[in-house]
Design a protein around this ligand. Structure first.
Ligand code: SF4
Length: 333
């Protein structure tokens, strides 16, 4: 039996691409690559996710964590970044390269994506689609069922593994043909087009770019921490992150590097902080002042609080007043 491996984002186009090919009696396995920038939370609930996708769309999906190679690519994507810190072309190249590598594992004869020519300004132009194929080593083995008829026949069509006549000729930015096809497949509960990738979100992307500019090696949990909480670059190089609620405080405790300080007020409700690169005493004082500032408000007479710094079994305390907003405004990341 012929098997195809699909790059699965979870968006409507990737769902439809899988269904169009599966309609021809081909076994389609969807691979959803995840990194902290997209889809990472699914790793904690892989089975539930797979069941949901099967139930809603009739598609079998597996997750693959691509974090480490993605971190390396993001530092210097050969085709550059989009509007924010999104390396869309190199992202697709990397995903396809990995998918190609997985073909042997899943006995797949060809690859599928839900790309539609002309749909996205940067990554889905005709010439860009060719570059993505070429640089991922997937020329000829990548079938784009939603726009196949606008492209040269691929290996799967030439070899008669799929019937080209039953593939589609979508192009451009309009969503109507996709919505109509979804209707034909009886798909109603599908995700609306929306981001889903933090590298395209300007605030998050700026913070990630800042991290890449400051640290020569990327730590997975640092990236996960970058995506929530309040962040400050302290005047002497320290990086302080404060939780904004109990859930974020708990996550910071869970994800912090053992070499970093955990910073908090042992006697007063307030944020959990993680302090990275705390080499300078002024940064410790600033971190303490910020923890008190974002702690539970106290009347002026008792505004100062004890702040504990804990790292690798060692503890020290500082007594600090809340830091004035004017002082730390420019430190926000
Ligand atoms: S938006 Fe994000 S996930 Fe999508 S191609 Fe661009 S970088 Fe990759």
């Amino acid at each position: 039996m012929t098997c195809a491996l699909a790059l699965f984002s979870g968006g409507l186009d990737s769902i439809l691409a899988c269904r169009v090919v599966a309609e021809q009696g081909i076994t389609v396995l969807a691979v959803k690559f995840v990194t902290p920038f997209f889809g990472y939370e699914l790793l904690a609930e892989e089975q539930e996710y797979a069941e949901k996708v099967r139930e809603l769309y009739g598609i079998d999906v597996v997750l693959h964590d691509l974090s480490e190679p993605y971190f390396a690519m993001l530092r210097n994507p050969p085709h550059g970044y989009g509007k924010n810190f999104n390396p869309c072309i190199d992202c697709k190249i990397l995903l396809l390269r990995e998918a190609k590598r997985l073909m042997a594992k899943y006995s797949a004869s060809f690859l599928i994506t839900g790309e539609v020519i002309g749909q996205r300004p940067m990554s889905q132009r005709r010439d860009t689609l060719r570059v993505i194929e070429r640089d991922s080593g997937c020329t000829g083995i990548l079938l784009r069922p939603l726009c196949a008829k606008t492209q040269e026949p691929t290996f799967a069509e030439r070899e008669g593994l799929v019937d080209r006549e039953r593939l589609l000729d979508f192009s451009g930015r309009g969503r109507q043909p996709q919505m109509q096809l979804a209707e034909e497949f009886g798909l109603r509960d599908y995700p609306r087009p929306a981001g889903g990738c933090v590298l395209t979100e300007s605030d998050q992307a700026k913070r990630i770019a800042w991290y890449y500019g400051h640290y020569p090696t990327v730590r997975l949990n640092d990236i996960r921490i970058l995506l929530f909480g309040r962040h400050f670059q302290l005047p002497h190089g320290g990086w302080l992150v404060l939780g904004r609620d109990a859930a974020e405080n708990a996550r910071l405790e869970e994800l912090h590097d053992p070499g970093d300080y955990l910073v908090y007020m042992p006697e007063r409700p307030g944020p959990m902080g993680v302090l990275h690169d705390a080499g300078h005493p002024d940064d410790l004082a600033a971190a303490a002042g910020l923890v008190v500032r974002f702690g539970k408000k106290m009347d002026a007479a008792s505004a100062a609080a004890t702040v504990l710094f804990a790292c690798a079994g060692e503890e020290r305390t500082l007594v600090a007043e809340p830091l004035a907003d004017l002082i730390f405004q420019e430190w926000s990341l």
